[in-house]
Design a binder for this molecule. Structure first.
Ligand code: PRE
Length: 351
């Protein structure tokens, strides 16, 4: 995927030209007087956040700094602001940069997309969840309404191509095909809008939000161009510490596990939840990506084993719920690995 070329004088985010030096400054500040100690003490004495703290400003009254991927006007920025009202949303070039920004204490939280109701899972973030040690402390669902944007004076008939994030292009597949536009993938929807505006393109439009049109002074040629009006993206809220799971409101728990090869093993894994009436809301599998190919064993009939998986499961119960605890204890008896990614309140704002 090509990133839209960087424009003159842009920055302000982590990973952007100016942002990189700001990020460096901040990490140097930690290396100096006491910063390292703060970090070390916090690691020794993890202070779990309560589910109330997870959405409020820092305890010293300062605004929570929340990393998101993209530039100003991206849907992820709106998701960060929905998750943490009044936060300072901090743009990051890549998903990985946002994970690192939280780990390095450059920001307090990250808000990253995980699945979309039309486009499906955002696999990169599933993979990053296990490469990093952050905790899921919440989820936020955002209604995504795409617009076709172009420079002033440009009409739909003038357009030959359209730039956007691959998920956004996929969500508008039918409309864009009907318009006969060539798709060009870039890192985020707002970045596409910025690129079209900055280069004053006449043959290219962008699929992005109405907010991006305003920020980059583009004209809205068409609204609601997604293939289904109910287009919702689910984002995860990530933090260095977990929240204390409650039972006062609906909670969801996200886990990842791997299994030995064998007949019915996945069936057995899912049965630990079914047996206890715990409802699953999502299951995803991703390649295990081991360094070496596993040695042949009886179950693979002597053939090398290439396809091992991590299974990600979301279920509707809090880790404070005895059924959830028993299900995980049961799963742990035969899973080859098991990690709880987070137990957090369900976002019921869109039900
Ligand atoms: O490009 C953006 O504006 C984003 O915030 C990214 C993203 C995604 O990764 O799915 C977020 C919401 C929409 O589904 C389209 C794109």
């Amino acid at each position: 995927m090509a990133a839209a070329p960087k424009e003159e004088g842009e920055g302000g985010g982590i990973g952007a030209r100016n942002g990189a030096s700001r990020a460096l400054e901040l990490s140097r500040a930690f290396e100096g007087s006491g910063g390292e100690n703060v970090q070390r003490d916090a690691q020794l004495l993890p202070r779990p956040l309560s589910s109330i703290q997870s959405s409020n400003p820092s305890s010293d009254g300062s605004r929570l700094r929340v990393a998101y991927q993209g530039v100003r006007g991206a849907y992820s920025e709106s998701a960060a602001e929905k998750a943490y009202p009044n936060c300072e949303a901090v743009p990051c070039e890549q998903f990985d940069t946002a994970f690192q920004a939280v780990e390095k204490w450059l920001v307090d939280r990250a808000v990253l997309p995980i699945e979309n109701s039309l486009g499906g899972s955002i696999h990169r973030n599933y993979d990053l969840l296990i490469r990093h040690r952050l905790h899921i402390v919440g989820e936020v669902k955002l209604a995504v309404k795409h617009c076709l944007l172009a420079n002033h004076g440009v009409e739909i008939g003038d357009l030959r191509r359209v730039l956007s994030h691959p998920q956004a292009l996929a969500q508008c597949e039918h409309t864009l095909t009907k318009m006969g536009l060539v798709r060009e993938e870039v890192d985020d929807t707002a970045g596409a809008a910025k690129h079209v505006a900055f280069h004053n393109l006449k043959d290219a439009g962008a699929v992005a939000s109405a907010a991006a049109a305003k920020i980059y002074d583009l004209n809205i040629l068409a609204r609601d161009i997604q293939d289904d009006s109910d287009n919702v993206t689910r984002f995860l809220m990530l933090a260095r510490e977990p929240i204390i799971p409650g039972t006062d409101k609906p909670f969801k728990t996200s886990i990842v596990f791997s299994l030995e090869e064998g007949p019915g093993v996945l069936f057995k894994a899912l049965a630990v939840f079914a047996l206890r009436q715990v409802n699953l809301t999502k299951i995803e599998s991703r390649p295990l990506r081991k360094q070496t190919v596993r040695t042949p064993d009886d179950s693979s009939n002597g053939a090398p084993k290439y396809f091992d998986y991590h299974f990600y499961v979301d279920f509707e119960a809090s880790m404070a719920d005895v059924n959830a605890q028993n299900a995980l204890r049961h799963l742990n008896e035969f899973a080859t690995s098991l990690r709880v990614l987070g137990s957090y309140p369900v976002d019921t704002s869109m039900i």
